[in-house]
Design a protein around this ligand. Structure first.
Ligand SMILES: [Zn+2]
Length: 171
């Protein structure tokens, strides 16, 4: 019997090892994960406290420590209809193939959700960019209005200066 898990490539507090960066330099793995969902086959279940080193992410090659908290394990059993049993259900042990299919499906769904999340973020950023460009248009209009108003004030001042004062009249 084997165990199968699905998990997103995510930020891990337990990252181990290094990976090549740039011109052959190695840097500690401190970056967040890429969000891609991977599956993994194991000989044993992940224990409550035990964590294991994950295989490299198929997308970004990053490794992360895997534990129960950051993985989704294929179930051991499932309930299937059995009208011969008293309550109409029977517990069936999942085969390795079943577990593998479960993990692949979980990863597929995870990647779908991640893609939707990214699309949402992108759309949000696009909207923000549009609003900011609208804002800068608004600012330009305000500046143009201020310039026109300043011009009008200057013209009015010059006009007032040309009006003869009462003293001028007396002379
Ligand atoms: Zn990754």
């Amino acid at each position: 019997m084997a165990e199968y898990i699905a998990y997103p490539c995510a930020k891990s507090t337990e990252t181990r090892g290094t990976r090549p960066v740039g011109n052959g330099f190695k840097a500690p793995l401190t970056a967040d994960g890429c969000g891609h969902w991977n599956t993994r086959r194991m000989m044993n279940r992940i224990g409550e406290y035990r964590s294991i080193q994950g295989s490299p992410c198929t997308q970004c090659t990053r490794r992360q420590r895997l534990n129960r908290g950051n993985t989704y394990e294929a179930p051991q059993t499932e309930q299937v209809r059995d009208w011969g049993s008293p309550d109409g259900w029977r517990t069936r042990q999942l085969t390795d193939d079943d577990k593998r299919a479960w993990a692949i499906e979980r990863a597929r769904r995870g990647n779908e959700q991640e893609a939707a999340r990214r699309a949402y973020v992108l759309e949000h950023e696009r909207e923000n960019a549009t609003r900011m460009s609208n804002d800068s248009n608004a600012i330009e209009q305000v500046i143009s209005t201020i310039e026109q108003t300043t011009q009008t004030i200057e013209q009015t001042r010059q006009f007032i200066e040309q009006i003869p004062t009462s003293e001028d009249e007396e002379e």
